[in-house]
Write a protein that binds this ligand. Structure first.
Ligand code: F6P
Length: 358
């Protein structure tokens, strides 16, 4: 049994833990298994940059963040575009797979990577994939590995802001990653006790955000903390077409990110001092939290099960607290977003958190 393995796209804390789960299970399930690790994600598969892994490579890595194989972003939309030297990337990946006589390829990746995984299975390769991303935006799974670890880091950032915020009478904004979705901001915001949470799925009205801050001041609170998703969007911008929004951003782009723009508006409308904190890539760094270590181990073991059962073209997933699998063709190209009408949003609103919408 020859299994290829790669980690693709933005890294996260539990990639090594997941590879360990897959590898240790494979070594148990098969008498004779060889794992080929591709360097830097699909780049390694395209350019045949790989190494034969030893079982010892997968020991002692449960708690180690990052990825021992390295990763890179190879955009899905460019997969069908030849590289600078005219190389057909898809043909090249198929060639590497066949030259190495792989029985299957294990892909640990997020949205774009799952699309490429689906493309490769449509091209006839045996693929098993695993749901990686701190954004938790993969359709078909309730949970992705990396998410809870990132929630921990972002929550810690908000916790730290809390103590300094309590000392100064200021408005603090913590900008949280998550790309186009708000899962990370929602969970870190609630866990960190943020007063206002702004998500891409719930466009905000600046007047309502300002009203929420003023009401807190009126009630005697010295500070307010906003957890703002990097993809947060105003009602006004959300009503524009993609093209109009792009043009607006091009013409008036004076802030490094949304948190700074919101911060400037708050100062203008309230006269209050505002400080912005962007934890950025620290949210993908450090060691995986215990939840992710367990999740990754279970997902990895299930990936090995799928390989044993020759059930290819699937992504391992979590549904209703059970480890299961979903066809890659159903996952590819779909985003799992926060439902503005979900119970968690309703409950957050019940305790007084403002989402800047009402
Ligand atoms: O998808 C994970 C993620 O960390 C997003 O939350 C963020 O928008 C993006 O990757 C950042 O990407 P990069 O590391 O390429 O700057």
């Amino acid at each position: 049994m020859r299994v290829g393995m790669l980690t693709s796209g933005g890294d996260c804390q539990a990639l090594n833990a997941t590879m360990r789960g897959v590898a240790k299970s494979l070594y148990k399930l098969f008498d004779d298994v060889e794992i080929i690790g591709f360097e830097d994600g699909y780049r390694g598969l395209i350019y045949a940059d790989y190494r034969v892994m030893k079982s010892s490579d997968f020991s002692g890595i449960l708690t180690r963040g990052g990825t021992l194989l390295g990763t890179s972003r190879q955009p899905f939309k460019l997969m069908r575009v030849p590289d600078d030297y005219g190389l057909d990337k898809v043909e090249s990946m198929k060639h590497t797979y066949r030259k190495l006589r792989l029985d299957c390829l294990v892909v640990l990746g997020g949205n774009g990577s799952q699309k490429t995984a689906n493309l490769l299975q449509e091209e006839g390769l045996n693929i098993v994939s695993l749901p990686k991303t701190i954004d938790n935006d993969l359709w078909g799974t309730d949970m992705t590995f990396g998410f809870q670890s990132a929630v921990n880091v972002a929550t810690n950032a908000i916790d730290c802001i809390h103590t300094t915020a309590a000392s100064h009478g200021r408005v603090f904004i913590v900008e949280v990653m998550g790309h186009k979705v708000g899962w990370l901001t929602l969970h870190a915001g609630m866990a960190g006790g943020a007063d206002i949470i702004l998500l891409p799925e719930i466009p905000y009205d600046m007047d309502i955000v300002v009203k929420a801050i003023k009401e807190r001041t009126k009630r005697g609170s010295r500070f307010s903390i906003l957890a703002v998703a990097e993809g947060a969007i105003s009602k006004e911008d959300a009503s524009l077409s993609k093209k109009e929004l792009k043009e607006k951003k091009k013409s008036g782009m004076i802030y490094p990110s949304v948190a700074y723009e919101i911060g400037a508006m708050i100062t203008e409308k309230t006269g209050q001092e505002v400080r912005v904190t962007v934890p950025g890539h620290t949210q993908r760094g450090g060691e995986p939290c215990p939840y992710d270590r367990v999740l990754s181990t279970c997902l990895g073991a299930e990936a090995a099960n799928l390989i044993k059962a020759k059930k290819f073209g699937y992504m391992v997933a979590v549904k209703n607290n059970e480890i299961t699998s979903v066809p890659l063709r159903e996952v590819a190209g779909k985003l799992k977003m926060v439902d503005p009408n979900s119970s968690i949003i309703r409950q957050a609103k019940m305790i007084g958190i403002s989402f800047g919408d009402e």
